[in-house]
Design a protein around this ligand. Structure first.
Ligand code: UGY
Ligand code: MN
Length: 239
């Protein structure tokens, strides 16, 4: 399709909006029958990487030296003795190579970050199911539900949550904070304020927000909007 050079994607010093029409696919070393779309990486100033992996039949990839958070978007994946399907996720500790494989086509999002340990503690691997995590209203607002996918434990140096907004619901205020974000729109649509710009966004879009990037979201449409959001967490800013 011809877009005459137009896209909703935008790259600024303190944020990236990456829409599916601008995704570029290339396999990473160790991938078999699979390819990656790199969303966030140190090349844009991020302290983490986030990428989508698209697996074909009999596809596989492996986690690297960093801690990894793996969330299944589509299909069924096997890792170690476990299998994960849509909405299920795994956290894998650093320095442990784990092969993730799929017999059928599948899509998964991966977040990797060097682990900053607390008193030398590195947690063991864990798995979970987003649908079984109870939602908590954001700042008392029932129309915005937050699901916290990783334990509230100082051994973890990042948080990964989902946030579900009823149509018309918004973040209560423009946030400006030291933590950076990687965000994948999972469902619905809305308006994201990033820095001094307001962007229409919808399911499939990725957003990176640098530290202190002003941010706000309002959900539009007739169905809830939902996103998966990463942030660095639980560490003094000097560490
Ligand atoms: O956790 C957060 O900082 C979250 N409320 N930010 C966001 O949704 N942009
Ligand atoms: Mn935030």
């Amino acid at each position: 399709m011809q877009h005459l050079g137009h896209t909703r994607s935008s790259y600024r010093r303190d944020h990236l909006l990456q829409t599916p029409d601008t995704f570029v696919r290339a396999p990473l070393p160790g991938m078999r029958n699979a390819t990656a779309i790199i969303h966030a990486a140190p090349a844009i100033g991020a302290g983490f990487t986030q990428y989508s992996v698209e697996l074909e039949c009999d596809g596989s990839f492996r986690t690297g030296p960093a801690q990894s958070f793996v969330y299944v978007l589509q299909g069924r994946l096997g890792l170690a003795e476990t299998s994960l399907s849509h909405g299920q996720y795994a956290w894998l500790p650093p320095d442990r190579v784990t092969v993730i494989a799929s017999e059928q086509p599948a899509r998964v999002v991966v977040i990797e970050k060097p682990h900053s340990s607390w008193n030398g503690i590195v947690p063991p691997p864990l798995t979970g199911d987003e649908r079984l995590v109870p939602g908590k209203p954001l700042a008392g607002d029932e129309s915005v539900q937050v699901r916290i996918l990783l334990p509230d434990d100082p051994a973890f140096d990042c948080a990964v949550n989902t946030m579900t907004y009823q149509p018309g619901a918004t973040l209560p205020a423009v946030e400006i904070h030291v933590m950076e974000h990687g965000l994948l729109m999972l469902e619905g649509e809305g308006i994201y304020r990033l820095g001094e710009k307001w962007y229409p966004v919808k399911a499939g879009d990725f957003i990176w927000m640098a530290p202190y990037c002003p941010q706000w979201f309002g959900a539009l449409g007739k169905a809830p909007a939902k996103y998966l959001i990463y942030k660095d967490w639980n560490r003094h800013p000097l560490t």
